[in-house]
Design a protein around this ligand. Structure first.
Ligand SMILES: Cc1ncc(COP(=O)(O)O)c(C=O)c1O
Length: 436
């Protein structure tokens, strides 16, 4: 399920809000979240979907995810504050982080955070000194020693990771023992093996591993985990080469893997998944306007560059991990004479171009994109599946203003979820000492 702007919508949005702009479709967003929640519930009735707000922490998106039945996973005080701003009670938020400060923990506890996913021994000590913890539940993040088939920079479950307590070297067992000795409100375990998983085998073995670890802890400490969180990670179709499993089948497989490890068939802990990308990526596109088209000498003939009015600052993923996306052209009404065909020798209805952003570094967004020869300066491009890890990863590199997020309501109306950043806001932090 994913959203694509029509030409009319694109032109109206460009005129009203300018470009670059993130556009989210409310209907697609709600349907995608609902489908995941229902798929997991059908596979296992005592289930909960937590939206990993790092994927898109726009307050309006967090609010929609909550309205659709998700709890909210936050990985910083900022993300927790956004959830609270969106009207989500802190008790429905789960706090992550491999290096939470005492201040962040204090803020979360004062707000009444529902769960803290503890990452290391120092954090156990910190929490022990911050009692009373009120109704906050503690889960231990485990490193299950599973190496997923995904990009190295989004793999988190392998043994060599900064996240969580390693099971194999005995750290996880010691962490359980320590929490129990200190009387901390330990409720269960968490793991997240990686992201953009197209093959669920890593998630399946991550789930099996924490499940069998829970069994061992029951035998050794008579501690029965009442919550098992198996993380997020389901991939999306950034290009036609990315074919993720249908969410219904995925949930079924993951639930079978986790439950197969249980010796007591009456054991029914709460199972939690915390997807981010698969809930919101497909509901979003980024709309850019083309400002320059040129050609340069190449190995054979000439090669074209199409430059858009954003890039690295609104979507760092191509530079970070060589991510590929599907890019679609939208013709404007005012045609320039500079077209893709005109800068390249030869003819043909479509030509291949590199799409570059407007930043320094090389800022090559997408290579070898097939586009119509008639594509002209002033036309638009929409990049699909940018509803996740785009606005939340945006920066001000080269002092670019972060783009707005426009929500297309189910009624068809366009509303702002985030306005375009202003230069006043951008420079508000500057301080020039008077004697400088
Ligand atoms: C702990 C944790 N949970 C959930 C997620 C969400 O992953 P995804 O967006 O791939 O579903 C991440 C992503 O990094 C994560 O680190």
């Amino acid at each position: 399920m994913n959203f694509i702007l029509t030409k009319d919508q694109a032109l109206q949005i460009a005129e009203k809000f300018g470009t670059p702009a993130y556009v989210l479709d409310e209907k697609t967003l709600r349907q995608t979240i609902r489908r995941y929640v229902n798929a997991f519930r059908s596979a296992y009735s005592h289930s909960e979907v937590t939206f990993a707000s790092k994927a898109n922490s726009t307050a309006g998106v967090v609010k929609i995810a909550y309205q659709e039945g998700c709890k909210i996973d936050v990985a910083s005080e900022g993300e927790l504050r956004v959830a609270i701003l969106a009207g989500v009670p802190a008790e429905d938020c789960h706090l992550h982080g491999n290096n939470k400060s005492a201040d962040v923990l204090r803020f979360a506890l004062k707000s009444g955070i529902g769960q803290i996913i503890v990452d290391h021994f120092g954090e156990i000590d910190l929490l022990a000194n911050l009692v009373p913890l009120g109704n906050t539940k503690i889960l231990l993040r485990l490193a299950p020693g599973v190496d997923p088939i995904t990009h190295a920079k989004i793999s988190t479950g392998q043994a060599d990771t900064k996240f969580g307590f390693n099971i194999v070297d005995g750290s996880a067992r010691l962490a359980v023992q320590k929490c129990l000795e200190l009387g901390l409100p330990l409720y269960g375990f968490h793991c997240h093996v990686g992201s953009q998983l197209l093959d669920p085998s890593a998630q399946v073995s991550g789930g099996q591993t924490i499940s069998s670890f829970a069994e061992e802890m029951k035998k050794e400490f008579a501690f029965e985990a009442s919550i098992l969180n198996i993380g997020g990670g389901l991939g999306v179709s950034y290009t036609s080469k990315d074919v993720p499993m249908e969410v219904e089948e995925y949930c079924q497989k993951v639930v079978e893997a986790v439950t197969s490890e249980w010796s007591d068939k009456n054991y029914k802990p709460e199972l939690v998944q915390e997807p981010g990308r698969s809930l919101c990526a497909g509901a979003g596109v980024t709309l850019y306007q083309i400002g320059a088209i040129k050609s340069v000498p190449a190995y054979s003939g000439r090669k074209a560059y199409v430059a858009v009015d954003g890039g690295l600052s609104d979507n760092p993923r191509p530079a970070l991990y060589g991510s590929r996306y599907t890019v679609l052209p939208i013709e404007s009404n005012a045609k320039s004479s500079i077209t893709l065909g005109s800068v390249l020798d030869g003819s043909g209805n479509s030509r291949t171009a590199t799409i570059s952003g407007s930043h320094c570094e090389t800022d090559r967004l997408f290579e070898d994109v097939e586009l119509p020869s008639s594509l002209a300066v002033g036309d638009y491009l929409q990049v699909l599946y940018t509803g996740a890890y785009n606005s939340s990863m945006a920066s001000n590199y080269n002092r670019f203003l972060r783009p707005p997020t426009i929500l297309i309501r189910e009624s068809g109306q366009y509303v702002l979820l985030q306005s375009r950043e202003t230069y006043e806001a951008l420079f508000a932090r500057e301080a020039i000492p008077s004697d400088l």
